[in-house]
Design a protein around this ligand. Structure first.
Ligand SMILES: Cc1cc2nc3c(=O)[nH]c(=O)nc-3n(C[C@H](O)[C@H](O)[C@H](O)COP(=O)(O)OP(=O)(O)OC[C@H]3O[C@@H](n4cnc5c(N)ncnc54)[C@H](O)[C@@H]3O)c2cc1C
Length: 563
């Protein structure tokens, strides 16, 4: 919507969304959006860049991080001017709070950099952008599901001329022709059983690109957030620790002080998740079980009710725990895809290290990899990413559309999708998609989670290969055309299978530990061999083509990552 808003000022623009747009996962973002405003404490965008690069374990493209951190300040102020109700300081400035890995003066101490609207920041962003889009006459196709991209190989290279979408209300397939197409389809946490991600985050955008011959970048890097509600994964935002909450093990110890002496509970997520896992493995979970405690009791009722109301509500609703009086059981939960569709800093999709573009195709937000998050994203940098790179994408798309003719469409561009839908609707009784999805999620959680090894990845790849075979024989119960969720879930499972395969291939290839990719068989970072981005493309024989892309450095050389 940020891109649409920008493009709509210059050209005719539509948003296609499988959900009603204000139900997008951005609406679940609680903690905040960061920018070095310096409203509460001294800060500057260069410190923010340093934190982002270090937080990403030096796999971040530093030119992209500089753009994001510099443009952050304007991005926040712009949203404020559009009407977003940020919390305020007593003097009336936009309030700011602490978040993991955000520091002053290159790691000296935590800094207050996250701007927020209680713990409903993402909800406010969505509402604000939706209102602005309506005001600027953006056309919306709500509950339309994009199932394919139309990409042709021409003498000038790959060209995207439109897409194929399925109208959920009527069950019809439609072809859209466009000069510029942007994918902003969000993440794919539904690869995992325990996840903070909404049911709909199935990675359709990256999977469709992969099927169309576009490689995916850095797919081995999937972030596990330390504080998911134990057993279900629903997120308790880092804002709880930003406001002073602490993590406690079964011995009553604030164990993060041992792992990150300087910033303790506010260390980046990869470090905290791994520490929790270690405490649990070594028998220091609560009563020896597979969770630890998030304790906010010392913050008092007023802070909890005013600054963390939704988080408190989740603890009450899902666990029956009153966070004002007792600590909350938590465990790491699959949260954020650092990898995705490779792009330039103007959101143009590219296919290799030489930055060969797919003309007319753009990607931004969690589905894209620009790469500002490297091997581990810092909290509050994603809401920032979607606004900064959404805006840049909108500008570039409008420019591209102004100088490009509509490309002729191939014959029957919808035929592939049509055949797949017919197969699912008319097939014989077979295995149910939900059964396969459960097995996929279980295998990924068990063997490609916070910790992985060559053996565990091979095991998971075996499971996924057998699920792939069985997928060709699935059947669905609902054969109707209106709101056929059975059909949609079967198609989404197809996307998840593709992404599971790519994630496992990229994870098996990277024989080092970096950021959230923790290989128990290769526990050290290996800059000599692995300071590079991975690209996995589908090979003509159905296997994988693995290639690499250099990391862009501007001023920060890799050093040991300590907090
Ligand atoms: C619980 C939770 C809390 C978070 N808290 C924070 C936070 O405090 N700060 C922060 O910076 N980040 C946070 N994040 C991460 C951040 O919210 C997301 O990375 C970001 O909002 C993603 O935005 P997006 O625009 O890329 O995708 P989304 O907001 O997920 O939107 C994706 C859109 O694509 C559409 N779509 C997807 N597939 C299709 C298809 N096939 N056809 C048509 N439409 C499709 C969907 O309908 C939706 O409209 C949080 C994430 C979660 C899960």
């Amino acid at each position: 919507m940020r891109a649409a808003l920008e493009a709509s000022r210059r050209t005719s623009t539509a948003v296609i969304s499988k959900l009603y747009p204000t139900r997008s996962h951005t609406g679940a973002a609680q903690g905040g959006m960061c920018a070095a405003l310096g409203n509460v404490e001294e800060d500057n965008w260069e410190w923010h860049t340093y934190d982002t690069v270090k937080g990403g374990d030096y796999l971040v493209d530093q030119d992209a991080a500089e753009i994001m951190c510099r443009e952050a300040v304007e991005a926040v102020l712009e949203l404020e001017h559009m009407g977003l109700p940020f919390d305020r300081t007593e003097e009336g400035f936009i309030a700011q709070r602490r978040f993991g890995g955000h520091t002053r003066d290159h790691g000296k101490s935590p800094v207050k950099r996250a701007c927020f609207s209680a713990d409903r920041t993402g909800h406010m962003i969505l509402q604000t952008l939706f209102q602005q889009c309506v005001r600027h006459n953006v056309t919306f196709f709500n509950e339309w599901h994009v199932l394919d991209l139309i990409v042709s190989d021409t003498p000038a290279g790959k060209v995207c001329s439109g897409l194929v979408a399925y109208d959920l209300k009527s069950g019809g397939l439609h072809v859209f022709q466009a000069r510029s197409v942007l994918l902003a389809t969000g993440g794919f946490g539904r690869l995992f059983k325990i996840t903070s991600n909404a049911h709909t985050l199935t990675g359709d955008g990256p999977a469709v690109c992969y099927r169309r011959g576009i490689p995916l970048e850095d797919m081995e890097f999937f972030q596990f957030h330390p504080t998911g509600i134990s057993g279900i994964g629903i997120l308790l935002s880092e804002a709880a620790r930003g406001e002073g909450g602490i993590l406690v093990n079964g011995e009553g110890e604030q164990f993060m002080k041992r792992y990150a002496p300087t910033i303790a509970d506010l260390a980046p997520r990869d470090i905290v998740s791994r520490a929790i896992q270690k405490e649990i493995h070594e028998g220091r979970g609560i009563n020896g079980r597979d969770y630890v405690h998030l304790d906010v009791t010392h913050l008092g009722r007023e802070v909890i009710e005013n600054k963390l109301p939704d988080i408190a509500g989740f603890a009450r609703m899902y666990l029956g725990v009153e966070p004002i009086d007792e600590p909350v059981p938590i465990q790491p939960t699959a949260h954020y895809a650092m990898g995705g569709i490779p792009t330039t800093v103007d959101a143009q999709v590219i296919t290799d290290a030489a930055k060969t573009p797919v003309h007319g195709l753009f990607a931004a937000g969690e589905c894209a990899c620009v790469s500002v998050h490297g091997a581990n994203r810092l909290g509050t940098n994603s809401l920032l990413d979607i606004i900064v790179f959404g805006r840049r994408a909108g500008i570039k798309m409008a420019e591209h559309s102004a100088v490009t003719e509509l490309t002729e469409l191939p014959d029957d561009p919808q035929s592939g999708v049509e055949a797949e839908i017919t197969r699912l609707l008319e097939g014989d009784k077979g295995v149910r998609p939900a059964t396969l999805r459960d097995q996929l999620q279980q295998a990924m959680t068990d063997d490609c989670g916070v910790e992985r090894s060559g053996d565990s990845l091979a095991r998971a790849a075996g499971v996924i290969a057998s699920l792939r075979d069985r997928y060709s024989g699935i059947s669905i119960d609902d054969r109707s055309s209106a709101y056929n969720q059975d059909l949609i879930e079967a198609l989404e499972l197809g996307f998840l299978l593709d992404l599971a395969e790519v994630t496992l291939a990229a994870s098996a290839a990277r024989t080092e530990t970096r950021g959230c990719h923790y290989r128990t068989d290769f526990p050290e970072r290996d800059d000599e061999n692995w300071l590079k981005h991975s690209l996995v493309a589908r090979a003509p024989d159905g296997g994988f083509d693995l290639s690499f892309k250099p990391v862009k450095f501007t001023r920060y050389q890799p050093t040991e990552r300590k907090y």
